[in-house]
Write a protein that binds this ligand. Sequence first.
Ligand SMILES: Cc1cn([C@H]2C[C@H](O)[C@@H](COP(=O)(O)OP(=O)(O)OP(=O)(O)O)O2)c(=O)[nH]c1=O
Length: 197
Amino acid sequence: MNFTTNEQLVLASASPRRKELLSMLGVPFTIVTSNVEETSVEALTVEDYVEGVALLKTRDIAAKCPDKCIIGADTIVVFNDQILHKPTSHEEAVAHLKQLRGNRHMVMTAVAIVLADGTEHTIVEKTSVLFKEVSDEMIEAYVQTKDPFDKAGGYGIQTSGALLVDKIEGDYNNVVGLPIASLVQKLLTLQLLKLHV
Ligand SMILES: Cc1cn([C@H]2C[C@H](O)[C@@H](COP(=O)(O)OP(=O)(O)OP(=O)(O)O)O2)c(=O)[nH]c1=O
């Protein structure tokens, strides 16, 4: 598919997965990364939290890049109303994965778009993921690969973390970090993107 844009698009993300997914559109964009403190966001619901973090990252870059259209995102894993953040130790990664095994959890990605005129738009997309009843040994072996440490919930569905997953309901790319299909719909609606046929 062939898209064009008149905007100067900026992806406010250090995630190589988000870069790859946005590249699918074939329109030019630059990357400027934010170092905001994600834990500073206070919210009553997990949806408000993830949206708040995505807005925080995106506003941070919007303040540094005037006259551009900034896109930022945040992904969280939610199990039993608790957010399982990126694990900071081997033990925490194992504990996350033991909680998730045999159970269903929700992956939520919020995308924030801040336009050159300061207008803000957000999307919150949810994908339900069911984990297999995997063994302690399998969890241990997976954590030893170090793959969990830069990922919400401590696994990557796009890497060998896929071996822990039974099935999903919803957008796969949302789990990887960017619900590209919903983002395209939003950008088309906002006329920030044009489809050429
Ligand atoms: C559940 C899951 C998460 N993830 C990733 C997506 C996100 O990159 C990451 C969650 O952390 P985020 O804070 O959303 O993103 P990030 O720190 O990687 O990048 P930035 O803030 O600069 O945009 O977890 C996967 O890659 N695969 C998965 O299966």
